[in-house]
Ligand binder design. Structure first.
Ligand code: AMP
Length: 451
C-alpha cells in the first residue's frame, strides 16, 4: 500500500513527502480510509506505530475539504493528550502535515503562561491540541469555544484515565457537537477504557495494532545488583564507556533526579533533570538539548518522561526500579523504538528485590544479572523479597527530610567540593572487569538470575 492509494489530497501528500515518509504504517493503512469516511475509531496502538499521522492526516484532509464555519475561524478539531510533552509533539505533527493546507494548529498545556495560548486561539485556529487540565481552566475562564468541534481525538486514553483526568475529559466532551467524529486511541484496552469508549463512540471501527516484534524483545536488558550507597559509583563507572553517547536515567523522586544530575555535572558528565516541579519551559529546553545531543544524560522521573519520543535513544538506565511494573515497560520502551535495538540497564538494591520480581512476572522473563559489576551487592536474588518499601516514606529521614543519596559510598567523594575538584577518578577502576555493555555486541557478560 502506498500513500497515493489512500486517496490523499496533494497538499497532504507533498507534506508527507517532505517528512520523508515513503509508505504508510499499518495503523495508517487501517485507520485513514475509515476516518476519511467519517467513522469513529477505537484504536489499540502504542506510540511508535505512526498513530499520530494515522489520525492527523485524515482529519486535516476532512477539514481542508469540508465546510468552514460561516463566521470566523473556530476550532473544528480537538485532540486531548495526557501530557504536555505529548501535546507539543502532536501539535508539531499537525503543523508539519498541514503545512500546505492553510490550517492553523494551536496548543494548550499547563506549566507555562496562559496568555500566549489564549491569544493564539483568539487569533483563530482550526486545530487545538491540549491537555485536559489547562483546557478545562481556560474553558472555565470563558476563553474557549468548542461548539464547532466536529473531530475529536482522545490520545493515550489509558494514561489519561490513570492520571485522573476523567472528569476534565467528560466536562470537555459535553461541550462538543453531538454530531461529531470521535477517535479514541489507547495502548491498553482494560475494562474501564472499554466502558468509557462505549460511552463516547458511535459504532466505532476497531483497530488493533500488535507490534510485530514486541519492543521488549529487541531491548538488551540487564540488572546490576548493587547497594543503594554504591549506585552513584556504579553509574559513573558505566558512563565511562564512551559508547554510551546519550542515556535517559530514571530516578524515583524529583529530588533524586536533581541530585543525580548535579553529581553527574560535578564529575564532568553533561546532564540535565526533568520532573514535575520544573517549569514547562525548563523541561522543553532540557528535552531539546538532550535530543540534539548537547546534553549527554537526561535524568527523569516517570511522570516527566511520559511522551518523550526521541529517535534513536540507545540507553535507558533504571537508577531506581519503579514500584509499578508497568512503568518498567514504559521506561525501557523509550529505547528500542521502531524495532531498533536498545539497551536497558537497571540497578536493584536489596529493598527493590520485590519490585524486580513483579517486573519479571509482568514481562514473563528473567532479566539477566550483569556480571561486570565492580560494586556487587552482598544480597542475592534467591529467597523471598522483603515487603516492597513505601517509595515516599523510604526516602525520608525521621524528621521528614529526604535522605536520598546522602550517604556517600566509599571514601571517594563525588560532591565536587573535595580538594581535587571533580573527584571521580576514572582510572580507579583499572583492573576491574569493565566488559562492554553496548547494545551492539550482545557480548556483555551476564547470567540469568537464579531463584
Ligand atoms: P507516533 O506513533 O505517532 O508517535 O510516530 C512515531 C514516529 O514515526 C514519528 O517520529 C513519526 O514521525 C514517524 N512516522 C509516522 N508515520 C510514518 C511513516 N509512514 N513512515 C515513516 N515514519 C513515520
Amino acid at each position: 500500500m502506498t500513500f497515493n492509494e489512500l486517496n490523499l489530497i496533494e497538499p497532504i501528500t507533498s507534506a508527507i513527502a517532505k517528512e520523508g515518509y515513503e509508505t504508510p504504517s499499518q495503523i495508517q493503512v487501517e485507520a485513514i480510509p475509515h476516518i476519511l469516511e467519517g467513522r469513529d475509531i477505537l484504536g489499540c496502538a502504542q506510540t511508535g506505530t505512526g498513530k499520530t499521522a494515522a489520525f492527523a492526516i485524515p482529519i486535516i484532509q476532512r477539514l481542508y475539504t469540508g465546510i468552514k464555519p460561516a463566521k470566523g475561524r473556530l476550532v473544528r478539531a480537538l485532540v486531548l493528550t495526557p501530557t504536555r510533552e505529548l501535546a507539543a509533539q502532536v501539535a508539531e505533527s499537525f503543523k508539519s502535515y498541514a503545512r500546505h493546507a492553510k490550517l492553523k494548529t494551536t496548543v494548550m498545556y499547563g506549566g507555562v503562561g496562559q496568555y500566549p495560548q489564549v491569544r493564539s486561539l483568539k487569533d483563530g485556529a482550526d486545530i487545538l491540541v491540549a491537555t485536559p487540565g489547562r483546557l478545562g481552566d481556560l474553558i472555565d475562564q470563558g476563553h474557549v469555544n468548542l461548539s464547532a468541534v466536529t473531530h475529536f481525538v482522545l490520545d493515550e486514553a489509558d494514561r489519561m484515565l490513570d492520571m485522573g483526568f476523567i472528569h476534565d475529559v467528560k466536562k470537555i466532551i459535553d461541550l462538543l457537537c453531538e454530531n461529531r467524529q470521535t477517535l479514541l486511541f489507547s495502548a491498553t484496552m482494560g475494562k474501564s477504557i472499554m466502558s468509557f469508549a462505549n460511552s463516547i463512540l458511535t459504532n466505532p471501527v476497531q483497530i488493533t495494532i500488535t507490534p510485530k516484534v514486541s519492543p521488549l524483545q529487541v531491548i538488551d536488558q540487564s540488572v546490576y545488583l548493587v547497594s543503594k550507597q554504591n549506585k552513584v559509583e556504579l553509574l559513573l563507572h558505566l558512563l565511562q564507556d564512551k559508547s554510551v553517547e546519550s542515556a535517559l536515567v530514571f530516578s524515583r523522586t524529583k529530588h533524586g533526579a536533581d541530585k543525580l544530575s548535579t553529581i553527574l555535572n560535578d564529575t564532568g558528565i553533561n546532564a540535565d533533570a526533568i520532573h514535575g516541579d520544573k517549569s514547562q519551559i525548563a523541561r522543553q529546553r532540557a528535552l531539546s538539548k538532550f535530543a540534539s545531543g548537547k546534553t549527554r544524560i537526561l535524568v527523569a522521573t516517570d511522570v516527566a518522561a511520559r511522551g518523550i519520543d526521541i529517535e534513536r535513544l540507545p540507553f535507558v538506565f533504571n537508577y531506581d526500579l519503579p514500584n509499578e511494573p508497568e512503568s518498567y515497560v514504559h521506561r525501557i520502551g523509550r529505547t528500542g523504538r521502531a524495532g531498533q535495538g536498545g539497551t536497558a540497564i537497571s540497578f536493584c538494591d536489596k529493598e527493590e528485590k520485590a519490585y524486580l520480581q513483579t517486573i519479571q512476572k509482568l514481562i514473563k522473563k528473567e532479566i539477566p544479572v550483569a556480571l561486570d559489576n565492580p560494586y556487587p551487592a552482598s544480597f542475592s536474588l534467591e529467597g523471598p523479597a522483603a515487603t516492597p518499601p513505601d517509595p515516599i516514606r523510604k526516602n525520608r529521614s525521621k524528621d521528614g527530610s529526604r535522605n536520598f543519596g546522602k550517604k556517600a559510598s566509599s571514601g571517594r567523594s563525588y560532591s565536587g567540593k573535595s580538594g581535587a575538584g571533580k573527584s571521580y577518578n576514572a582510572s580507579s577502576h583499572k583492573g576491574r572487569k569493565t566488559k562492554s555493555y553496548s547494545g551492539k555486541t550482545g557480548g556483555r557478560k551476564s547470567q540469568t538470575a537464579s531463584r
